[in-house]
Design a protein around this ligand. Structure first.
Ligand SMILES: [Zn+2]
Ligand SMILES: [Zn+2]
Length: 137
């Protein structure tokens, strides 16, 4: 597989490759994403699991997200960089925290999610659709 997109953690041990562009990209403002990434919001790029691969030592943290869906966040077991996000709500996709994707990745978010729990004082002025909670199913 020739990777089109690649990502790695801070220490480089945990790596991700995808042979296609992301299916979609979203900016999430939920408290789970904020706590995991230490940022006021989190751009995540979603890829088809079948067209991507993960190599390296990984630690999974399982929890029930605000949406009620069982969710798993995967970090590098060596440096603890949070890299991936999977959910029973979208079983065929893997979310990659965009901050760990290597250049020349282009951020092209389609919407904001969980705007109801965003950090006050951080205005959203990009004109994208805003969902107060998760995506309507
Ligand atoms: Zn690492
Ligand atoms: Zn979130």
């Amino acid at each position: 597989m020739t990777p089109l997109v690649s990502a790695k953690c801070t220490c480089g041990a945990l790596q991700f490759e995808a042979s296609t562009a992301p299916v979609t990209q979203m900016i999430c403002h939920c408290t789970d994403c904020r706590a995991a990434t230490g940022r006021p919001s989190c751009l995540t790029a979603f890829f088809h699991k079948g067209l991507s691969a993960i190599h390296g030592p990984q630690t999974a943290m399982r929890f029930v997200a605000a949406s009620g869906a069982r969710t798993e966040r995967v970090a590098c077991s060596q440096c603890q960089t949070v890299m991936f996000d999977t959910s029973e709500g979208f079983p065929e996709l893997i979310g990659v925290i965009a901050a760990v994707i290597e250049p020349p990745f282009v951020a092209q978010p389609v919407c904001h999610m969980w705007v109801s729990s965003r950090v006050a004082g951080c205005p959203i002025d990009d004109g994208l659709p805003q969902h107060s909670r998760g995506l309507p199913r």
